[in-house]
Design a binder for this molecule. Sequence first.
Ligand code: DAT
Ligand code: MG
Length: 156
Amino acid sequence: HAAKIIFIAIKLNGVQRGLISEIISQFQCKGFKLVVIKIVVPSKDFPKKHYHDLKERPFFNGLCDFLSSGPIVAMVWEGEGVIKYGRKLIRATDPKKSKPGTIRGYLAIVLIILFPCKNIIHGSDRPETAKDEINLWFKPRELVSYSSNAEKWIYG
Ligand code: DAT
Ligand code: MG
């Protein structure tokens, strides 16, 4: 069910600022289910694979260098409409265009306005990219299949 899963990464500045639990809360409180989570410092070339569709853009090298320079929390969240809702929750790429109450509007600070790559969080934008990103960041056996006890209260 590709449309029901999203790859979410908390970028290193979010990790360093202690925002892991806040971001997890936002997804958890909405009723989405965490199916895998790990913390990793990506190799130099790894972000280039993740952002391959942006390789012609002028900010590509800076973006990739930033993402390989510290610990990233990589997750997969599952649930009805998780991509659509997740993108709304994360909001605009440029944090100064993100409303308060969105993750970037709430958590991305002044410095990030000058460096959009430091916008705290990544989230897949479509089912196809979610699938590719999950395959890139995780092995299939890392994804934990379980039914949450809350499901009957969320979908019932
Ligand atoms: P998003 O992360 O909102 O999906 P994207 O996929 O277009 O945005 O871009 C990936 C990342 O690249 C983004 O999180 C920050 C950086 N970025 C995007 N546009 C940029 C720009 N015009 N200048 C600098 N960095 C940019
Ligand atoms: Mg994107």
